[in-house]
Design a protein around this ligand. Structure first.
Ligand SMILES: Cc1cc2nc3c(=O)[nH]c(=O)nc-3n(C[C@H](O)[C@H](O)[C@H](O)COP(=O)(O)OP(=O)(O)OC[C@H]3O[C@@H](n4cnc5c(N)ncnc54)[C@H](O)[C@@H]3O)c2cc1C
Length: 352
């Protein structure tokens, strides 16, 4: 029986090893079987951001050698969409699961084994990190998933967590797609492996592309709790509201008045706001909320004409500012609003 080499992982390391083995030993002396759990072999992960950004075509242009070429020209039996789930050293066998065939498991014996499954990315296990629209980028299949989402869902904003070189490249790629991009990193600068003076240049260049770079903070969780209906006392909603940093309440009444987004400013809350914005912004936001709440509390009186101007200076101020407040809150469904412009408007109109 000919000797058999089994390779686990069909990208750079795995298929280089398989190809080198084939160069040294002909098919009649060595059988080679390679298992790859994704759809692609010998691909350039480095090109993923450039494919997503539309600089290069993909995914085929990123594949140096596809499974068929390996099979036909190199006599390497590549089995894509096969995930190795166990290595049985006693029996010298691997157990592979056929991902497109009901996870059917097969055992394959080996004489030599090359284990080339790549590095394990640091993927924080935040609650919510498996939600729709949240992606990691390691394999070409990951890249394909991002590209498909960007092409079909046409998102308008993206947050990239991590400003290492992959994060920076991904941010640039998403900007090329016209997305408004924010990059977050807990280090004090993007590309923290660089010296600070070089990091500052990268930071400046990213901002020059319109990327909002925020450093020195940590993401701890992503939560989306959508509660339908008006029962905000629902126990799940109530618990979520108690543990997250803030919440947004949408109001049917506001939507009926044509206010979009229909956010009930009085009942929505941020617990971290004062930690992340300046005193001027905080003060203006507080005044805005107060005027909004006073108007809402007296809405019926005001609308029925039962409130007499001049009876209460606080209500007078709320009535006088109400049109400005509604104008500030309204936003077109496709309209992009720049945060800095918004803050300036808020401070100019409602600041001390
Ligand atoms: C977005 C991005 C940009 C990059 N840019 C650069 C760059 O500019 N310059 C540079 O030098 N490097 C860059 N790199 C790094 C470079 O791509 C990697 O160093 C290289 O791909 C490592 O090759 P590998 O074969 O060891 O592992 P990987 O490329 O990770 O391949 C491992 C393969 O094993 C498969 N696999 C894992 N577990 C199993 C299993 N149980 N069963 C079957 N198959 C399995 C995976 O699907 C994967 O295809 C970049 C990486 C990424 C993700």
């Amino acid at each position: 029986m000919v000797e058999r080499l089994v390779v686990i992982g069909g990208d750079a390391a795995g298929m280089s090893a398989a190809s080198q083995a084939r160069k040294r030993r002909k098919p009649d002396a060595l059988e080679i079987i390679a298992f790859e759990r994704g759809h692609f072999t010998s691909y350039s992960a480095c090109g993923i951001p450039y494919w997503i950004g539309g600089v290069v075509d993909g995914p085929d242009a990123l594949v140096a050698r596809d499974p068929q070429t390996f099979r036909e020209k190199h006599a390497i039996d590549v089995r894509i969409r096969h995930e190795v789930v166990e290595i049985d050293l006693d029996r010298r066998e691997v157990v592979a699961r056929a991902l497109d065939d009901g996870n059917k498991e097969t055992r394959t014996g080996f004489d030599q084994l090359v284990y080339a499954t790549g590095a394990v990315p640091v993927a924080p296990r935040w609650p919510g990190s498996d939600a729709r629209g949240v992606f990691g980028v390691q394999t070409l299949d990951d890249g394909a998933a991002v590209r498909e989402y960007v092409d079909t869902e046409r998102p308008e904003r993206a947050v990239v967590v991590g400003a290492g070189y992959i994060g920076v490249e991904m941010a640039e790629a998403l900007v090329r797609h016209g997305l408004e991009v924010t990059v977050l990193d807990r280090a004090g600068q993007p590309m923290s492996t660089l010296d600070p003076d070089m990091g500052a240049l990268v930071h400046e260049a990213m901002e020059g592309l319109g990327i909002d770079v925020r450093t020195g903070g940590s993401i701890t969780a992503l939560y989306t709790v959508l509660a339908d209906g008006d029962d905000t006392a629902d126990p799940i909603v109530d618990t979520a509201r108690a543990i997250v940093d803030g919440h947004i309440i949408l109001s049917r009444a506001l939507a009926e008045q044509g206010v979009f987004p229909a956010i009930d400013v009085g009942r929505s809350l941020s617990r971290v706001m004062s930690d992340i914005i300046g005193p001027e912004h905080t003060e203006a936001a507080r005044t805005f909320r107060r005027l909004w709440s006073v108007y809402e509390e007296n809405r019926d009186l005001i609308l029925m004409g039962a409130y007499k101007d001049g009876s209460d200076p606080v209500i007078d101020a709320a009535v006088a500012h109400h049109p400005l407040i509604l104008e500030f809150l309204r936003q077109g469904q496709k309209e992009l609003v720049n945060l800095n412009v918004s803050v300036t408007q808020l401070v100019d109109n409602f600041g001390a």
